[in-house]
Design a protein around this ligand. Structure first.
Ligand SMILES: Cc1cc2nc3c(=O)[nH]c(=O)nc-3n(C[C@H](O)[C@H](O)[C@H](O)COP(=O)(O)OP(=O)(O)OC[C@H]3O[C@@H](n4cnc5c(N)ncnc54)[C@H](O)[C@@H]3O)c2cc1C
Ligand SMILES: *[C@@H]1O[C@H](CO)[C@@H](O)[C@H](O)[C@H]1NC(C)=O
Ligand SMILES: *[C@@H]1O[C@H](CO)[C@@H](O)[C@H](O)[C@H]1NC(C)=O
Ligand SMILES: *[C@@H]1O[C@H](CO)[C@@H](O)[C@H](O)[C@H]1NC(C)=O
Ligand SMILES: *[C@@H]1O[C@H](CO)[C@@H](O)[C@H](O)[C@H]1NC(C)=O
Length: 802
């Protein structure tokens, strides 16, 4: 027993990554050293490294770790020249490394030069301070004393001279030259040089106050101060709120023409209009738009949650809390808040230990019973628009939504300070499609959420963690070049939010940040531009319902007759391929209906109809049997083309011709039938199908590669609609469509008949053919056997006779 236990314990130790147990995680911008990467990171690397050797159990190390993390965040822009790393010497696997580097106490910090040799044990920082600023200065000292070979990405740090400046533009093509005038002891110049090393079209140099010629030429009286110097000899003072590092860096990074290396220059608005499929909606970037909040709700409730066919356990609790917080605090229009409230009361009344997403979705969409409640379909980003379809959008909407909710809870006096944050944390943890975002967020939440004990501190907590994320992903590929990640709000947006400490370090003026957030995200300031009118949403919703009911009845009938007559066997492989295809497609405005379409396809043959914009098509659409049937027949023939190309062609054709809404009715009736028919057998089977469904890959789309959240992840729905068909029909009475109901029953009866004749006839022929063929071949074989045996025997007899 003990041996087994010990074995499993060892297994756990061996397989749990050392990082998990250590003081740092992947979210901390600290390179996690281990046996595997220590060789490549510390030996012969083009980047100088600062390494902390620590033991996860050591109290000093635990106390020091927040400082070290802060240092890593603070020097984030310096990474190409000097990077921050850490290794846990308490982990058994790392023991030998720490011994090789002659570590005797924890924590130890060592500086490794670029292109260090394998036998180099680094330069130890003795008696280092627990102050980020002093550590940063120490790193600069190390870099300055860095002999050859110099880290290639590190710009020169030494002071410049008048002679050099005079010849500067003869040898350089950059647009901006920034000169920081300071005294010898000041580190600001060097810090700003490093802060801008990843930016193009700008060079920063430091000029000492002893450089009399330049000081006199530019008339510099204040040290430090920053000047922009131009090729024609002109110069201007850089205007900042405070003469301090972070203000210089922020202002210089934002000069026209300056951009992060490797980033394409920001697209001008005119070009942008052609880039995006949707029309660009001009917006004021210091305002919150209701359109973004509603779009985020739509995406969250109709698309993101749809990835979870069955929601149970902690995920169900998370969903309940999320909807409850929305119902309580979402400062929306009456239609939307009505919907959220009715959804919430429905959800809180669910006592089962699980719900299916389909039930949930029906409650979101099937709201005519509730007066004046609807969630507009589709996304319509305004303040969250990206310069490309894959930028911004939903994640921006999620942030905005939760900022608004924390502020709203604070303004209306919620009871539990952590209520909104917990709801967000658990929603993100269980459902947010960007899985590694969720992981990072969970790491952050684990760390500091306990400190939140007032509603105001909840607002500030979310703001500061959002800034932490901004810091971490600034410059990542997922960053929209038009909306670079900054520490928010910018000095322009809220000058009083920023201040400096006595030592020149930047600091947030929290007394000012809080009221700023309170007003920025307050419900009274949310703009309602670009919103669809409420009565229009409701009208559309009602029309959608009645049209869907009517049209689908007729369509379904003809369609099935046509299909079954031509193609009784269902090509299931094709439907799979098409589903895959659809997933790759760009995001559509109307995911909702598309969702329903998929339910339909599972049921039927897999023809993928793209619903046309609901507005016009639905209103004008009337049932015209003849041309429609024709298209359908063509489509069915198309199925026999066994290639993907064929399907693509056919699909395109279909998209132009048909708007199909069958699925809605299918789903709708099925749910009703399930409720009505108390038959538990039906219920069990339905649930089973859901469980059996292959889990769809979560939206694990790497945002560093591509902000994949712009994509739609649709969930296939049940494929068992056929079997529940009769009870579904019965539920129609409820919808007060008696005439339709009657017609449908007749059709149903006809169809059943057709089907049975067809299938039985077919299989009888099949079986008899098989039997006959089998008999024939058997007797044939027997005859051959007898024939050859007789011949052999005769031959043997001949041979035996002399
Ligand atoms: C919980 C969560 C975790 C994420 N984790 C990651 C991750 O690990 N890696 C990754 O690449 N992406 C992550 N993302 C996505 C990323 O944060 C951005 O949302 C996305 O890149 C879109 O950026 P954006 O420019 O629209 O601005 P966002 O960062 O989405 O901000 C939206 C708007 O909020 C305002 N804002 C900005 N900062 C603040 C602030 N500090 N306080 C209040 N308001 C602010 C601004 O007006 C901004 O336009 C995460 C998103 C969420 C919701
Ligand atoms: C170190 O790296 C450089 C290129 O980065 C390479 O040319 C050199 O051979 C490497 N030296 C060792 C000892 O690996
Ligand atoms: C520098 O900026 C100017 C003006 O904005 C621009 O024309 C030029 O292309 C930029 N240079 C580089 C190298 O990006
Ligand atoms: C946008 O595209 C249209 C045609 O597709 C073209 O005529 C127009 O010049 C483009 N506009 C810009 C600003 O590129
Ligand atoms: C944007 O909004 C801010 C804050 O309400 C306002 O001061 C500013 O004038 C607006 N800008 C434009 C261009 O409308």
């Amino acid at each position: 027993m003990t041996a087994t236990a010990a074995f499993f314990f060892c297994l756990c130790l061996a397989f749990s990554p050392a990082a998990e147990a250590g003081l740092y995680t992947a979210s901390d911008q600290v390179v996690l050293l281990s046996e595997q990467n220590v060789g490549s990171v510390l030996v012969n690397s083009s980047v100088a490294m600062v390494v902390e050797f620590y033991a996860s159990w050591c109290g000093h190390c635990i106390v020091f770790s927040p400082t070290y993390k802060k240092l890593a965040r603070d020097t984030k822009e310096w990474k190409p020249a000097v990077n921050i790393a850490a290794i846990d010497c308490a982990a058994q696997v790392n023991k030998q490394i720490c011994r090789d580097y002659e570590i005797t106490g924890y924590p130890s910090i060592k500086f490794f030069h670029a292109y260090s040799k394998a036998d180099s044990s680094g330069v130890t920082y003795r008696g280092f301070s627990h102050d980020v600023r002093e550590l940063r200065h120490r790193i600069i000292d190390s870099l300055e004393s860095h002999g050859e070979p110099w880290p290639p990405a590190c710009p020169p740090l030494e002071p410049t001279s008048e002679a050099e400046i005079n010849n500067f533009f003869e040898t350089n093509t950059v647009q901006h030259l920034a000169l920081i005038f300071e005294d010898k002891k000041s580190y600001i110049g060097r810090e700003v040089i490093l802060d801008l090393l990843q930016f193009e079209n700008i060079t920063v140099r430091r000029v000492l106050n002893t450089e009399k010629g330049l000081v006199a030429k530019l008339g510099v009286t204040k040290f430090p101060s920053c000047y922009l110097y131009y090729p024609d000899g002109n110069f201007t003072r850089l205007r900042v709120n405070f003469e301090a590092r972070s203000f210089y860096s922020y202002a210089l990074q934002r000069l026209p023409g300056v951009m992060r290396s490797g980033k394409s220059p920001p697209v001008v608005m005119e070009l942008l209009k052609n880039h995006t499929e949707e029309p660009w909606r001009p917006f004021n970037s210091s305002q919150v738009y209701m359109a973004d909040l509603e779009s985020a709700l739509h995406y969250s409730l109709r698309v993101e949650l749809a990835d979870h066919a069955v929601i149970k356990g902690d995920a169900l609790i998370a969903l309940k809390n999320y909807i409850s917080v929305l119902a309580k605090y979402f400062p929306g229009r009456p239609v939307v808040t009505n919907l959220l409230k009715s959804l919430n009361s429905w959800l809180q009344n669910q006592t089962a230990d699980h719900i299916s997403y389909k039930e949930f979705k029906e409650t979101v969409d099937d709201t005519p019973q509730v007066l004046d409640a609807a969630l507009p379909e589709g996304v319509r980003w305004v303040g969250c628009q990206g310069s490309q379809p894959h930028f911004r959008g939903y994640p921006c909407g999620v942030w905005t939504l939760f900022h608004v909710l924390t502020v709203q809870a604070s303004n209306t006096g919620g009871s539990d300070p952590k209520e909104v944050l917990k709801a967000m944390r658990n929603y993100v943890h269980h459902f947010f499609g960007c899985r590694y975002c969720a992981e990072h967020f969970e790491n952050m939440a684990k760390e500091g959420l306990d400190e939140v004990n007032t509603l105001k501190s909840a607002v500030l907590w979310l703001w500061s963690r959002h800034n932490r994320v901004n810091n971490r992903i600034a410059g990542a590929l997922s960053e929209d070049p038009l909306f670079p990640k900054i520490q928010w709000p910018s000095p322009e947006m809220c000058p009083s939010c920023h201040t400096v400490k006595f030592n020149g370090e930047h600091s947030w003026n929290k007394e000012q940040v809080l009221p700023f957030l309170g007003s920025y995200f307050s419900s009274s300031r949310i703009l309602t531009d670009y919103l669809e009118a409420e009565d229009q949403i409701l009208r559309k919703q009602r029309e959608k319902h009645s049209h869907q009911l009517q049209d689908s009845l007729a369509q379904k009938h003809i369609e099935r007759i046509a299909r079954e007559a031509l193609n009784p066997i269902r090509p299931s492989v094709q439907s799979r391929v098409q589903e895959g295809e659809e997933e790759e497609g760009p995001q559509e405005e109307d995911e909702g209906p598309q969702d329903e379409m998929e339910a339909y396809e599972e049921d039927n043959e897999g023809g993928k109809e793209k619903p046309a914009p609901l507005t016009s098509e639905l209103e004008d659409k009337s049932f015209v049997p003849t041309p429609w049937t024709k298209t359908k027949l063509e489509e069915v023939r198309g199925h026999r083309i066994p290639s993907i190309i064929g399907m693509r062609l056919r699909r395109r054709q279909q998209q132009e011709d048909i708007v199909d809404l069958d699925s809605f009715v299918n789903q709708h009736f099925k749910a009703k039938a399930l409720q009505l028919a108390a038959s538990s057998r039906v219920k069990q089977r339905t649930l089973q199908t859901k469980v059996e469904q292959e889990p769809r890959p979560a939206l694990s789309l790497g945002m560093e590669l591509d902000a994949g959240l712009g994509m739609v992840g649709l969930q296939p729905m049940d494929a068992d609609l056929e079997l529940n068909f009769i009870p579904q029909g019965k539920s129609l009475k409820k919808r007060e469509l008696a005439g339709q109901y009657f017609r449908r029953e007749v059709e149903l009866a006809q169809r059943e008949h057709w089907m049975s004749v067809f299938s039985i006839g077919f299989s009888n022929v099949d079986i008899s053919l098989c039997v006959i063929l089998y008999g024939l071949s058997f007797s044939c074989l027997l005859a051959m056997y007898v024939f050859f045996r007789n011949r052999l025997r005769r031959r043997k007899v001949k041979v035996a006779l002399p």
